[in-house]
Structures are given as structure tokens and as C-alpha cells.
Design a protein around this ligand. Structure first.
Ligand SMILES: [Ca+2]
Length: 225
């Protein structure tokens, strides 16, 4: 091999490695696509706020965006259909979750990153899919509509030292920031200021009769690593 070919090969290799580094954002510290559990059961490791708050389902309930199973959140007249799980501590991170609200049995849903029971970041989505992040703990107006009866991939980024978070959704491979009058950065919940994130929670609002929503393909990345 002559010198020119070796130089070119090294350059190509460097570009390949560099693009890999740029594409991989942070370190994956938690993931669950609900593939490891039996359909019809609750997912081991998750805490359910009431016995039927979270059930692993297959495509007989809903289309499945990742693999063969997803999680059905289900509320009762008295309790939110909420599941949560503790994760490794993340000060600067990203949560990615696929969600689906069926128009036939929909209600408000909440995605939250917490420290224990304290909310650090919360995003409220109305039954019809209007997204309202909790900016400084208070719901914004409807910022965007992610419509019922289809899967959406939602992204929450947080930085507890900066006391800020951002929200986005995916359009194919492209992440689209969700803005409030041009502003894409929001203040974390007052209850969560100074706290790391160590728990993620998902729920559908209590209602009579109970309502449902579906989630799948949950990933948490540590962006400081
Ligand atoms: Ca899955």
C-alpha cells in the first residue's frame, strides 16, 4: 500500500469514528421496550400506583412501534394510571418515549422525571394531544398538537445545574423542538430545583370510567458522560 492510500484510509477511518461520536449522544443508562415480560402481566421492576395501572400488551390492543409489546396505562375513577421506576442518577439527561392516545378512550397524560416523589420536569399532554410543558412548574398554553390514534416519539432534555429543560418530538429522524413564543428552554419545577433526576413516571388521569394510553421504547441517556 502506498503512502497516499494509507493517508486516505486513515482519514476515512477518522471521519467514520468522528461521525459515530457525533451521532451517539450521551450514554444510555436505562431502557425498556417491554419485550421481556409476558403479555397480560405487569412489568417487573416498575411500581404501579394501582393493580391495573400498567399492563404489557401486544398488537391485539394497539400497533406496536418497537418490537412486539408495549405498556398500557389504565386509570380508575380514584387513581391515575401511573407507573414509575427508579433509574441511575442523571443530572443532565434525555428521556425518549413513544406514546399513543386512543381517541376512543383518551385522557390527559403526564410524563415526569423526578427525584423520589419530587417532580423535576413535567410535561402535561391533554387527551386530544395538546402539549403543555410545566414551565417553572406551571402548564403553558397548548404549544403543539400530537394527534390521537398514532404513535409519537417524545423527547425531554434536562440540566439540573442550569435549572432548565427542553421538549421535542421526532419527525422521522429529525428532532423538532417545541417552543413557546419562540422560547425552547423552560425552567424546571420549583420542587425539583437542586435535585438530580433518579426516577421516571408516566400516567393517564383518573376518570370514571377509566381511561388508557400506551407507551413503549423508553430510553434515558446521561448527556454529561
Ligand atoms: Ca416494545
Amino acid at each position: 500500500m502506498n503512502k497516499r492510500i494509507i493517508c486516505f484510509s486513515l482519514l476515512a477511518l477518522a471521519l467514520l469514528v468522528f461521525s459515530g461520536v457525533v451521532m451517539a449522544e450521551g450514554v444510555l443508562v436505562f431502557s425498556d421496550s417491554f419485550e421481556e415480560y409476558a403479555v397480560g402481566t405487569e412489568p417487573n421492576g416498575w411500581t404501579l400506583v394501582h393493580p391495573t395501572a400498567g399492563e404489557v400488551v401486544d398488537s391485539s390492543f394497539v400497533s406496536i412501534p418497537d418490537g412486539n409489546a408495549a405498556l398500557r396505562l389504565f386509570s380508575t375513577p380514584n387513581d391515575n394510571g401511573e407507573v414509575f421506576i427508579d433509574i441511575p442518577e442523571v443530572k443532565k439527561g434525555k428521556l425518549v418515549v413513544d406514546f399513543y392516545q386512543p381517541s376512543s378512550s383518551r385522557d390527559n397524560i403526564n410524563f415526569e422525571v423526578r427525584n423520589g416523589d419530587s417532580r423535576v420536569v413535567g410535561v402535561f399532554i391533554t387527551g386530544s394531544g395538546n402539549v403543555r410543558p410545566r414551565a417553572d412548574g406551571v402548564q403553558t398554553a397548548n404549544l403543539i398538537n400530537l394527534r390521537n390514534d398514532q404513535w409519537h416519539t417524545f423527547v425531554i432534555r434536562w440540566d439540573v445545574d442550569a435549572k432548565t429543560f427542553q421538549v421535542a418530538y421526532m419527525e422521522g429522524d429529525k428532532e423538532v423542538a417545541i417552543a413557546d413564543a419562540g422560547k425552547t428552554e423552560f425552567g424546571v419545577d420549583p420542587a425539583g430545583i437542586g435535585l438530580s433526576v433518579s426516577r421516571i413516571a408516566f400516567n393517564v388521569t383518573r376518570r370514571d370510567p377509566g381511561k388508557e394510553a400506551f407507551i413503549d421504547n423508553i430510553r434515558v441517556y446521561d448527556l454529561a458522560k
